[in-house]
Design a protein around this ligand. Structure first.
Ligand SMILES: N=c1c2ncn([C@@H]3O[C@H](COP(=O)(O)OP(=O)(O)OP(=O)(O)O)[C@@H](O)[C@H]3O)c2ncn1[C@@H]1O[C@H](COP(=O)(O)O)[C@@H](O)[C@H]1O
Length: 96
């Protein structure tokens, strides 16, 4: 089974590929076309959904909302030229 960072790396690669090739029907391309402001707002909305789910909607729903948030966060990262590795490095730097 893949670890969390490998799953996120794989999804990030797919997101970059979608932005590069712009295939028909891609939700990532739809987000990319709407721009950074739109995607940033989506991350805000998905964050609120995680908060609400974690407080009142149970584990399954919370897991689903976290998956939505991580996906939108990765799209936002891709649109700001931030790789997962840069985030991992920052987390590692803080480790004590
Ligand atoms: N992991 C995801 C993923 N998680 C969530 N979502 C989409 O995020 C949206 C959830 O947000 P909302 O409920 O707010 O959706 P919505 O109402 O349609 O959105 P808005 O109209 O508000 O923008 C849904 O449309 C989901 O399909 C995702 N869309 C794509 N992926 C993966 O990203 C990769 C690229 O996907 P495509 O770009 O679609 O090829 C593939 O590996 C996909 O599996």
């Amino acid at each position: 089974m893949l670890g969390m960072s490998e799953v996120l790396d794989q999804l990030y690669s797919t997101i970059l590929q979608r932005i590069r090739e712009k295939p028909e029907g891609s939700y990532t391309v739809e987000l990319w076309r709407k721009g950074k402001g739109y995607v940033a707002r989506k991350v805000g909305e998905e964050s609120v959904e995680v908060v609400v789910a974690s407080l009142s909607e149970g584990k399954e729903r919370t897991v689903s909302e976290i998956a939505d948030l991580l996906y939108h966060m990765l799209v936002l990262m891709a649109m700001n030229d931030i790789s997962p590795e840069e985030v991992y490095a920052e987390i590692r730097r803080r480790m004590r």
